[in-house]
Design a protein around this ligand. Sequence first.
Ligand SMILES: [Zn+2]
Ligand SMILES: [Zn+2]
Length: 271
Amino acid sequence: MIPGIHVSVNGGLDKALDTLTELGLPCGQIFTSNQQQWKSRAVTGKEIERYSSRTAAIISHTSYLINLASTNKRVVKLSVPALEAELGRIHALGIKWCVLHPGAHLGAGEDEGIRKISSMVGKILLNSPADTGILYENTAGQGTTLGYTFRQLAQLLEQTSIPDRTGICFDTCHAFAAGYDLSSERAVRETMNEFNDTVGMDRIKAFHINDSKGECGNRKDRHAVIGEGLIGLEPLRFLASMPEFKAIPGISETPGTDSDRAHDIVKVISQ
Ligand SMILES: [Zn+2]
Ligand SMILES: [Zn+2]
């Protein structure tokens, strides 16, 4: 894996590039707009210019508010343009992938939720620049969120049916919380074999490398500092060293500052 962090964009998107350079990291994940607001900002000319000459590999993370599976029509009506705007911003910045939490069905049922998300993502991608794509992130399975089983991730990819513009962002904390053991080398091997049989390892385009505060299967999304959670440092190091993931970003989203996260990820991925 290539080491990276979720990097703050306080002070502008171009500031994130400076931070990565200062921390000596070859990749990062950013929010291109405020993740807690529907109202989004356009990228500036300066940001576009800086991103066009960057050396770091960058992915973006979409707003937490987006829920294409919502039973509330207003939320769906706001989610579609929000996701389209994200794809427009990453296109302008020369970023290929944005990470999306699939959504929560809020009682409508899992199959129905997956059907809605896939069909809307398919339409949104067809309406968006062809050099952009969406990574479905596996979730911890809290509440009625979808994408917590490997089977659901496979269904999302199959039903969206645009393979070169969709993939998976695999979050280690979320997988562990959803009941996939990653707490030993053997467990990592077994879990990734299961993922390969169900989804295909080649569909993973990014990792979120986080430890977990909660135990395996507790379905709570609580990231721990690497080595201080219930997954532990060694199994994450083993995962990061798998040859299949040599060229894949491994992004830490652990608590603390950018520099804390950088400290965390270099424990896992030695360059
Ligand atoms: Zn994540
Ligand atoms: Zn999380």
